[in-house]
Ligand binder design. Sequence first.
Ligand code: 1HE
Length: 268
Amino acid sequence: MPLTIDPDSFRNLKIEPREDGIWIVTLNRPQKRNALDLETIEELVRFFSDAPRAGVGAVVLAGAGDHFCAGLDLIEHHDADRSPADFMHVCLRWHEAFNKMEYGGVPVIAALQGAVVGGGLELASSAHVRVMDPSTYFALPEGQRGLFTGGGATIRVTDLVGKSRMIDMMLTGRVYQGQEAHDLGLAQYIVEGSSYDKALELAERVAQNLPLSNFAICSAVSHMQNMSALDAAYAEAVVAGVVNTQPEARARLAAFADKSAARVRPKS
Ligand code: 1HE
C-alpha cells in the first residue's frame, strides 16, 4: 500500500512534489542559514522514511537563501544545555535521518550554494549526488567551536576526502571551495551557473531510470561498502538477480536488440 506524504504537514522543510515524480525538498529557515534544529531533523526523518514507499522518483535537496546549511543549530544547542546522553540521542536522530537518505533507495541530488559546513556537510554527504557552484564552500568548524562531528562526518566525509584531509579540516577549520573542492570529490559536479538548475536537470535524467534500478543503486552500493568483499559480491549477485530480471526492463532490452535504443557515445 503506497504511503501519502502531505507537504503541508512540514514546517521547516518546504516540500514540493512535481508531476514527473521529482520532489523538491528545501531546508527553509534561511534566516537561520538553514541550521539544523531538532524539528528539521525530525522532518527529514519523516520525509525520507516515507519517500521510498510514496512513489518519490528522485529528490532535489536544496537550501533556501544564500547558504545550503550552517550545520547544527548552535543556539538551540547552547540554550538546551544538554547532558551527554541527551546529545547522544540527538545524534542518533541525525543518523536516522541521514541513513534513511543514504540507504532508502530514493536518489537524492543536493544543490549546494554558500556554506555547506559542519552538520550541513554531513547532510550533503548523505546525498547520492552533490552539485556545487562558485559560491559553495565546505568546512568542518567543529574543532573551533569546541565540538566534534556527530552526524556521520567521520564516516561519510572521510569516504569523500580521505582520513588525513578530514582530520586536517577538523583541526584547522580549513575551507575547501571551487575546483579544488570538486577535484577532491566533495561534489561530483561544479557549474558556473545555478547548482539548483543542474541538480534538477540531473534529477530529471535519473527519474527516467526504472525505480527498481534506482532503488538498488541508492541502497545496495552503500550497504555493500559495509560488507566483506566476499559477502558484497554475493549480495550483488542477489540484487542483480532481482533487478536485472524485472519485467519492466524487457522493453528496454528489446529496444537495444532492435537497435532503436540510444547507444553510449563519447561527448562530442
Ligand atoms: C545560526 C547558525 C547555526 C547561523 N546555528 N544559528 N556551524 C557553524 O559553526 C557555522 C555557523 N554559522 C556561520 O558561520 C555563519 O552564520 C554562516 C557563514 C553560515 C553565514 O554567515 P552570515 O553572515 O550570512 O549570517 P550570520 O549573521 O552569521 O547569521 C545569521 C543568523 O543565522 C543569525 O541569527 P540572528 O537571529 O542573530 O539573525 C545566526 O545566529 C543564525 N545562524 N548559523 C544557529 N549554526 C551533530 S554535530 C554537528 C556539529 C556542527 O554542525 S558544528 C558546525 C556549526
